[in-house]
Design a protein around this ligand. Sequence first.
Ligand code: SF4
Ligand code: SF4
Length: 303
Amino acid sequence: MNSLNQAVSPAPVRKSGTKIPEVPLIRLETLWMQVGGTLCNLQCTHCFISCGPQNHTHEMMTLEQVRKTLEESKELGVRDYYITGGEVFINPEIFEILEAILSFGPLDVLTNGTLITQEKSIRLKEIQDRSDHPLRFRVSMESFDERENDKIRGKGAYRRAVEGIRNLAESDFSPILTITRNWDEQDDAEMEGRFLDFLKQNNVQKPRIKILPGFLLGRLAENIRQYQDDEHVTEKCFESYDMANLQCSSSRMATGKGVYVCPILVEHDSARMGDTIKDTLHSFPLAHSACYTCRVTGMTCKS
Ligand code: SF4
Ligand code: SF4
């Protein structure tokens, strides 16, 4: 077994001969779980994992797999948990999975919100009331404008997500709205204000948003563009940047078929670090162009 921060092999180099920087695992604080697999009820044109009803690259995690992963995570001192997909609410064991995770620690659920009916949100509140750990939600949308949102997420996605947000609000949750930036940086303040107003109009008590960069992977790459050859990180990129800011320095992503370095690269075999979390307690080479996006945007999927 490798101990924390220990590289498994000599530092890798690119074809050009330049060294690929490696991110150490400084401390394993957060565990992500891909509870929805790559399966989703939507098929957004901006999805960087190309999720959809037919993408079986990763199947949904079973309750048994989640329980096993939780036991291992406890031994390793994990403090908090995030679940994502695909869409987590298509998992038939989702409520049992939520309860199981909450018995270990705080949980953030990433969802597109479209499947959160009133009945489900009441059940979610009951689960929260039975737990000492917080249960939080992040609902992803593209726009506060129905037409703009549905252009990317599909017809009817806006209405169903709004309904999901309202249902969560009615059950005393304050979901964070996550949006992939699709406007110029100079419009940030105006857009942030409009998204916050949108949440207030839908009864969210503590309106908060999280704006994510677009990773040029999956369907987003097909529909916008691929990374270019010069878009990758070098050792120089980290001379004045603390690698502790990268989420891969403090987290890992468990799936039904192994543990990956992060939720962003879950479709890439090179990002699979091992069968168990213990197999992944070492540094990781930042060879993928997506790492360039993390570096230049200071991106982290966490709060
Ligand atoms: S972006 Fe989210 S909601 Fe859309 S297809 Fe991908 S996983 Fe599903
Ligand atoms: S994509 Fe981002 S989080 Fe994933 S390994 Fe690269 S730098 Fe780390």
